[in-house]
Write a protein that binds this ligand. Structure first.
Ligand SMILES: Cc1ncc(COP(=O)(O)O)c(C=O)c1O
Length: 365
């Protein structure tokens, strides 16, 4: 039997009564857009992260776009970010006519290398957008410190993969000016469609984000600014509310499973992504580094072990972004893109399946 890459079925089986009850409640009250579950979720998520404001939005991509719009990003502005991420991180910058300035990553964590950021700051730098990749926060204090030295440049954490992780006792999404996450079904906290959320402690930014989310509307049919159709629908909020009930338990399990994977990989001599001691990862992906990746993936597939690559090409080498950066200016991201491979990971992964996966990889090295 194939080991699921992410086991959403096992989670659904456990949470089925709560999920069904939540869905039925929405069907009964019929407020599919901005129903009571939207505010209920925002209050619970703000409490969870310790942030003053949570603004639910249509997706993680929309969370990033609305954040940049609220910060007033305009054509010609530069945003410092990592090329080793999902395309949405850079896409929203380019959509606003701004320029992503790519900074290379750390070879062990795969997160942006905070020490390289300062050299890329110019008078046009209007934000820094680190990504907390694979579920582990980037070096947020170091990044905030660089931003502070240059006149408090806003820092947006792309926490699409890291909701629920911690950094020096604070929660991801509440580590900088703005935190953005995604509830894409495969994320650590996922819904059954698209969804996302923005977190901030800044009242003015939160107000702007709430308006931009609804077509820039400050009152009904008063469009104070240009916005988007960026709401998260009530049904998706209801599903996240049901899943929140088990989320703390799931985080504990993810920590345990991640630690066991680390041990098994270290014993087997498999190179893996490293976690720093001052933060936790929610292991949105468990990622190792191998040579001859394609043939290993094929053989693992024949053993019913699915794998995935996050990400095969750094964004500065993608056709649509090639003109924005010299092709070889982020060599570490380039090397990682050729070698990273993610293996099955979810809160319900069994000890036996984990050992089987690691043994299979070891046998192929
Ligand atoms: C790092 C990162 N940023 C942004 C996104 C976009 O999130 P969504 O798919 O909810 O739009 C993702 C989702 O895969 C992601 O992994």
């Amino acid at each position: 039997m194939t080991i699921p890459f992410i086991d959403l079925q096992a989670q659904y089986q456990v949470l089925q009564p709560q999920i069904q009850e939540r869905i039925n409640r929405v069907l009964e009250h019929g407020q599919y857009i901005m129903g009571p579950e939207v505010l209920e979720l925002e209050v619970k998520l703000a409490t969870f992260t310790g942030s003053k404001h949570c603004i639910s939005v249509a997706s993680g991509t929309e969370a990033l776009l609305i954040s940049l719009m609220a910060l007033g990003i305009k054509p010609g502005d530069e945003i410092i970010t990592t090329p080793f991420t999902f395309v949405a991180t850079a896409e929203v910058i380019v959509l606003l006519g701004a320029k992503p300035v790519f900074v290379d990553v750390e070879p062990d964590t795969c997160n942006i290398d905070a020490r390289l950021i300062e050299a890329k700051i110019t008078p046009r730098t209007k934000a820094i957008m680190p990504v907390s990749l694979y579920g582990q926060p980037a070096d947020m204090d170091e990044i905030n410190a660089v931003a502070a030295r240059y006149g408090d440049i806003p820092v947006i954490e792309d926490a699409a993969q890291s909701f629920g992780s911690t950094y020096r006792d604070k929660k991801s999404c509440n580590l900088s000016t703005v935190g953005c996450t995604s509830f894409f079904p495969s994320k650590p906290l996922g819904c059954y469609g698209d969804g996302g959320a923005i977190f901030t402690n800044d009242d003015a930014l939160a107000k702007a984000m709430r308006e931009i989310r609804v077509h820039g509307q400050s009152q009904r049919y008063v469009h104070t600014r240009v916005g988007v159709g960026g709401r998260m629908d009530t049904l998706q909020c209801a599903i996240v509310l049901a899943k929140l009930e088990r989320f703390d338990w799931e985080i504990e399990r993810r920590l345990e499973i991640g630690a066991r994977y680390n041990e098994l990989c270290d014993e087997a001599g498999i190179e893996r992504v490293v976690q720093r001691s001052d933060r936790t990862s929610v292991f949105a992906q468990y990622t190792v580094r191998v040579n001859h990746r394609e043939s290993i993936q094929e053989k693992l597939k024949s053993f019913n072990i699915p794998t995935a690559v996050h990400y095969p090409v750094p964004l500065n080498l993608q056709p649509a972004y090639l003109h924005l950066c010299c092709p070889d200016c982020t060599p570490i991201a380039g090397n990682l893109a050729e070698r990273v491979m993610s293996v099955p990971m979810s809160a319900d992964l069994s000890v036996a399946d984990q050992a089987h996966i690691v043994n299979a990889v070891k046998g192929l090295l």
